[in-house]
Design a protein around this ligand. Structure first.
Ligand SMILES: [Ca+2]
Length: 469
């Protein structure tokens, strides 16, 4: 009996330990926030773009090739096509393209490319007239991108011209979602931040989406994050209607060094759609933006692979699970003194990492973790990069373990104890997955931080770039 009792106590304490070690279910709080977001969206009715992942396809310049490419575009997992069109194209052909997109399950967004870069209001008026004259060819569920990259930057001219355009189209009985590019060749943030809500509020249907194009003016990740999150916070319906990437270290005709992986991840984190430029057929100076080979409209280039797979084509088999770019991605902290937060004071990859404050002490343990179902079958390595802050007394030094919990008994596996430091290069933790059974049922993953002997005071722990290969 005594032995049994002792066993019971042991069992109880084991259960207790497994309950407190790792993640507690504080993620419920984030789930509530998510629900609130959805309700808010319902209330203000403006169109949401969160599910859009698309490509620009040059239909007006390559009629049959672009039409045939729609199947391929769909097969690579895209759900949206921004149809490059002009007023010299026939509306009936545009209707065929739209119908083909719909039959493939692709969302068509036709745009008129005639007045790209123009700041003349009569040019915009001509585009509006074309839509009005051809409205019978455009089904009511098609988003109409009125004019590609029309308008001056940071300008009430942009605002007033688009108010007029929206008014004319609504008066003509066009009830479609209207997509409006920013001025300054589509790249200007100020037109949208200052004037988009005026244009939206002038629309009696409140059925307008704004579109930013990201090239050389968007080489700064914090600008990308600040702009998109501000739009989100202000209730400006926004989409990234075109973007490029860092080709030849910015030595290209657009001066483009855009961190496209960061851009796509940020859009995903914020629930914003994105449409890459472009499927293929660019002229020689823009050929670096071809997503597929112009010889077959099918074979993915480096750029095409980056957009399709949303990872660095040179990164081998590894893919990013969590990068904390402007979001905690529902990660939680246990035994931490504050956080976790997504912060830009340190990053191993991108511009942000996950941070929590901790109060050091001999034998203390802290966790950054997430309860989430993952299927790691066939994967060989889980990796994460961590460091601690330079402040606080680390005593004999902090250590960390990367771990997962598997199956209904939440069985613990870790990659062993690693000494970590405050170097900004970070400390890589690796968990070898080969030989672990039940990898199809991973329930939790995280990092356990072990405070050093004799440690004391407030410090902070950082985690970034959780990858699987
Ligand atoms: Ca990061």
């Amino acid at each position: 009996m005594k032995k049994l009792k002792l066993l019971n106590i042991l069992l109880l304490s084991l259960i207790f330990i497994s309950f407190i070690s790792g993640c507690t279910k504080t993620t419920d709080i984030s789930n509530n926030t998510l629900l609130e977001d959805i309700k808010l969206e319902d209330i203000n009715k403006a169109p949401s773009t969160y599910d859009i992942k698309g490509v620009n396809n040059p239909h007006i310049w390559f009629d049959s090739q672009a039409y045939s490419a729609l199947d391929t575009i769909k097969s690579y997992g895209f759900n949206t096509v921004r149809i490059v069109w002009q007023t010299n194209g026939s509306a009936s052909r545009l209707k065929q393209i739209i119908d083909r997109c719909k039959s493939l399950g692709l969302k068509p967004i036709p745009e008129l490319h005639d007045v790209t870069g123009s700041t003349s209001t009569s040019d915009l008026d001509r585009m509006v007239s074309w839509w009005i004259n051809n409205k019978s060819y455009i089904a009511s569920d098609v988003w109409i991108n009125i004019a590609n990259e029309w308008g001056p930057r940071n300008s009430t001219v942009w605002r007033d011209a688009y108010k007029n355009a929206v008014s004319r189209m609504r008066n003509a009985g066009i009830n479609n979602v209207l997509v409006i590019d920013s001025g300054g060749w589509g790249q200007d943030d100020q037109d949208i931040l200052k004037y988009a809500l005026d244009v939206l509020n002038s629309d009696p249907l409140k059925n307008t989406v704004f579109s930013i194009h990201m090239y050389g003016e968007w080489n700064d990740n914090s600008k990308i994050y600040n702009f998109l999150s501000t739009c989100k916070n202000l209730g400006i319906p926004i989409i990234v209607g075109e973007f490029g990437y860092n080709y030849n270290n910015g030595n290209n005709n657009l001066g483009c060094k855009v961190d496209a992986l960061y851009l796509m991840q940020t859009c995903r984190n914020l629930g914003i759609g994105f449409i890459a430029w472009s499927w293929t057929g660019n002229n020689s100076e823009n050929a670096w933006l071809d997503m597929t080979s112009p010889s077959d409209w099918r074979t993915l280039t480096y750029w095409g692979k980056m957009v399709v797979y949303e990872k660095d084509p040179n990164a081998g088999n590894s893919s990013v699970l969590y990068n904390f770019e402007g979001s905690t991605q529902n990660w939680a902290g246990t035994n931490v003194a504050g956080g976790p937060w997504s912060v830009n004071e340190w990053a191993y990859n991108g511009s942000y990492s996950l941070k929590a404050d901790v109060d050091l002490g001999t034998g203390k343990q802290f966790y950054l973790c997430i309860i989430s179902n993952h299927n790691f079958s066939g994967k060989t390595k889980l990796k994460a990069v961590v460091r601690h802050a330079a402040w606080g007394n680390q005593g004999t030094g902090m250590q960390a373990k990367l771990y997962i919990k598997v199956g209904s008994d939440w069985k613990w596996y870790d990659g062993g104890t690693v000494n970590i430091n405050s170097n900004t290069s970070g400390n890589v933790l690796t968990l070898n997955l080969s030989g672990i059974s039940g990898l199809n049922d991973v329930r939790e993953l995280g990092v356990q931080f072990l405070s050093g002997s004799g440690s004391s005071g407030r410090s902070a722990i950082y985690l970034d770039y959780v990858t699987i290969e």
